[in-house]
Unconditional design. Structure first.
Length: 361
């Protein structure tokens, strides 16, 4: 297949669904850990095509959703400093901090600009040499190489007023932590975009240590149903492994150049995940050699005490323990127009997906 409409072909999708229906009646729980998969699963109505014995959970695959409230509080504090410009992807603007958000600070006069890439933020730094420009770097292995590239460009071009505030994370520690926490997961629908960078090898320890099946999936309905079929077949054969369904975009070795840039600029650190707490080696800190572009190291700021949001169960949703409809705030106090929790803010959040496509079921 070469075109999107082929991956959305009704006859093919129904054929894949029928194959799933004919499989063993053993009960399996699979989890997707990519916000794009979360949205696609409900957008295309795939729950109705699964047999009763297959349960698909949404995990911690939305970078905005897993980001620490303290990170937002610190970004807000930075925005209040003189001669400061905050540059960020748009979905961070409305994420609630303890008492404010970037949207609120922008309305109060802070210079906060939405950008489409870290290199766009670097261009702003070049054009405003008398300002300090901070780029809010969030995301997993998909976006971390672009943040690293911006740091390298800042060094090469001697752009001293560009800073990265890193909240970048890597996926395997969170996937392992879910199993360690006792979440009953038989297999993972692995993230396609992340895997295009990392390759398939990062999931091998999950197979060896936990016996969990892993299939790297694309984002179209035929992709996801075929990936579930592959996971189910591994379970039937008692042969967990790492397979690539999304072969048109993911190579076993991944993107070696992007991996090299990440390894050059970042170093592992313990980091906090919503719902999972602090996971060893799960975050990416800027290496000491690039310290002059590290916002945390170079720009001191007072940050308010972090406050939890009463009633929000985003953490439990991200672990697959509950669904958005279990939350007392869902579609009431918490909506896309007025989000209370991070899972409702981003288009990749489970609550946003449920609100848009699965609110009434």
């Amino acid at each position: 297949m070469k075109f999107i409409d082929e991956y959305r072909d009704k006859a093919l999708v129904l054929q894949l669904s029928e194959q799933l229906q004919r499989l063993s009646e053993a009960n399996w729980t699979f989890m997707e850990v990519c916000g794009g998969h979360t949205m696609a699963f409900y957008k295309f109505g795939l729950p109705a095509l699964l047999p009763d014995n297959i349960r698909l959970l949404s995990g911690p695959g939305c970078p905005v959703c897993v980001t620490d409230t303290r990170y937002i509080d610190q970004a807000v504090a930075y925005s209040r400093l003189p001669d400061m410009v905050i540059t960020t992807f748009g979905d961070l603007l409305r994420v609630p901090g303890s008492t404010s958000s970037l949207t609120t600070e922008k309305a109060r006069g802070a210079d906060i600009r939405t950008v489409y890439s870290s290199l766009e933020a670097l261009e702003i730094a070049k054009s405003l040499p008398d300002k300090r420009i901070i780029f809010l770097g969030i995301g997993f292995e998909t976006t971390a190489p672009t943040s690293a590239a911006a740091v390298l460009e800042a060094v090469d071009q001697h752009i001293a007023n560009f800073y990265l505030f890193s909240a970048h994370k890597i996926m395997p520690p969170a996937m392992a932590a879910l199993i360690e926490d006792g979440i009953p997961i038989h297999g993972y629908v692995c993230p396609g975009h992340v895997s295009a960078i990392t390759g398939a090898a990062i999931y091998e320890p999950l197979v060896r240590q936990y016996g969990v099946s892993c299939v790297i999936s694309g984002f179209e309905p035929a992709d996801m149903l075929q990936s579930l079929l592959m996971l189910a077949q591994q379970q039937i054969e008692h042969a967990p492994s790492v397979e690539i369904q999304y072969a048109r975009a993911v190579k076993p070795e991944g993107n070696r150049k992007a991996q090299q840039i990440m390894q050059q600029v970042f170093q592992p650190r313990d980091d906090w995940w919503r719902g999972l707490g602090i996971l060893p080696g799960s975050g990416l800190a800027i290496a000491e050699r690039y310290r002059q572009h590290d916002a945390e190291a170079m720009i001191a700021v007072d940050v308010e005490d972090t406050r939890a949001v009463p009633g929000c169960i985003c953490g439990e949703i991200l672990k697959g323990l509950k669904t958005p409809r279990d939350c007392p705030l869902f579609a009431r106090a918490c909506t896309p127009a007025s989000p209370v929790g991070t899972c409702m803010v981003s288009n990749e959040g489970a609550c946003a997906a449920y609100y848009r496509y699965n609110r009434e079921n």
